[in-house]
Design a protein around this ligand. Structure first.
Ligand SMILES: *[C@@H]1O[C@H](CO)[C@@H](O)[C@H](O)[C@H]1NC(C)=O
Length: 421
């Protein structure tokens, strides 16, 4: 079988990334499969044919499309607490929002990364061939009277390029909340992965590993400076072009408006990280158990799909009827006509099921149905981690609860005007 060149590139990217991982650092520092498939952004662009019904749906005022009193019927609270940050969805691969840094304020778009505590934006002191000022906003410390520098370096690698430079401190404002003395990176390079997305940098919503002497991350500072009502945040991610409500990050609160069911909770494994324990992974039809007790998982907004330990993912994809894509080992595809009847994949957490349907875990590109569950190699000495990425987050409204040291998951509500692509 000969793949169209564009698909071949995508598939290659997937394999290369996942196959190349051999991780020999502790879980807390493990390189994660961040933003590994920028090529997918283009491929997920819906065709014009798909866009037409969506445009019609979008013309209606969003509010009128919701079922009235849904939440009261189910006993949910009506009024959300917390501060909402609207996220822009770039083709289901990057979700970003505007922030400002400095006094007076300099504006940036940043992708929210729940899998890392590192925040960075491009620096004005970048070689022009590293950061194109026509494409990206660049931070100029000299224009800010609240800026201070600490001369430490920072470095973060992505699958498509890296960000590196030095650390600074300044006021960071998100949705009107101003965090003082926030440490962040001024990057002198821009990873390719954000090219053409409208995004400039990254806001690390992870927790700092205090034992390793990291500075407090953005959310920890928000809590310590008393900017949020409760020490938690929650994320609703929509499906690109679905006509549903905007994606939203709620700082200091939870909006059950986006929830279909009650929350399931999982305690954090260690302080300073959003990792939690995964009992096992199984199929909804009762076939095979693929991951035994002892795995860790993290909800990671910089991983587009689901990434798990290689051997388990191989078994799981095979059990689902996946076929290896010729000449690209480890990449599985399905017969598209089978997809609707394929079983769900269940992540068992604290004895409860978090379930993804085939619509959630299959990625359809040019009429080929790929598995969006990818394998990654781990050293035998390490505890494997499952990265539950954006495809998981679209299916589950997720609460990151620092105060109670736990994660909360509620099946995301399917809004009546959501159109399946
Ligand atoms: C921020 O840093 C300045 C200068 O070091 C200090 O005076 C101020 O108290 C700090 N503010 C907070 C909220 O940490």
């Amino acid at each position: 079988m000969k793949l169209p060149p564009a698909v071949a590139i995508l598939v290659f990217t997937l394999i290369f990334v996942c196959d190349a991982y051999i991780i020999n650092v502790p879980v807390s520092q493990a390189r994660k499969p961040v933003w590994q498939v920028p090529k997918l952004a283009k491929r997920l662009r819906p065709s014009r044919h798909h866009l037409q019904p969506l445009r019609k749906a979008n013309r209606q005022p969003v509010q009128s499309l919701f079922q009235p009193n849904r939440r009261t019927k189910q006993g949910f609270q009506l009024k959300a607490t917390g501060t909402d940050v609207k996220l822009t969805n770039h083709y289901d691969t990057v979700y970003y929002a505007p922030i400002t840094i400095g006094t007076p304020e300099q504006e940036f778009n940043v992708a929210f990364d729940t899998g890392s505590s590192i925040t960075w934006v491009p620096s004005v002191h970048s070689p022009p061939d590293h950061v194109d000022e026509r494409l990206y906003s660049r931070y100029d410390a000299q224009l800010s009277r609240t800026h201070s520098t600490n001369y430490k370096h920072f470095h973060v690698s992505y699958e498509s390029g890296r960000a590196a430079g030095y650390r600074s401190q300044d006021s960071v404002t998100i949705a009107g909340l101003t965090i003082k003395n926030q440490s962040f990176g001024e990057s002198q390079m821009e990873p390719d992965l954000f090219r053409g997305t409208g995004n400039d940098g990254v806001l690390g919503m992870g927790l700092s590993n205090i034992n390793e002497g990291e500075e407090l991350s953005v959310f920890e500072n928000m809590v310590s400076q008393g900017l949020v009502d409760s020490p938690l945040f929650s994320i609703y991610l929509n499906r690109y072009g679905s006509g549903g409500p905007d994606s939203v990050l709620t700082l200091g609160g939870t909006d059950t408006y986006y929830c279909e069911e009650e929350f399931i909770y999982a305690d954090l494994t260690v302080p300073g990280s959003w990792l939690f324990e995964l009992d096992r992974v199984q199929l909804s039809n009762g076939d095979g158990i693929f991951s035994e007790s002892g795995s860790q998982a993290i909800v990671d907004s910089s991983t587009p799909f689901i990434v798990g330990p290689m051997e388990e993912v191989d078994v799981l994809n095979t059990e689902l009827g996946g076929m290896l894509v010729p000449s690209y080992s480890r990449q599985y595809k399905f017969d598209c006509s089978e997809v609707d009847s394929m079983p769900g994949v269940e992540f068992i957490v604290n004895g409860e099921k978090l379930s993804l349907s085939s619509k959630d875990y299959v990625v359809k590109i040019d009429d080929v149905c790929y598995s969006g569950i990818l394998g990654m190699k781990w050293m035998e000495t390490d505890t494997p981690v499952w990265f539950l990425g954006l495809s998981f987050m679209r299916a589950y409204y997720t609460q990151f609860d620092l105060g109670n040291q736990r994660m909360g998951f509620a099946k995301a509500y399917t809004f009546p005007n959501e159109v399946s692509l």
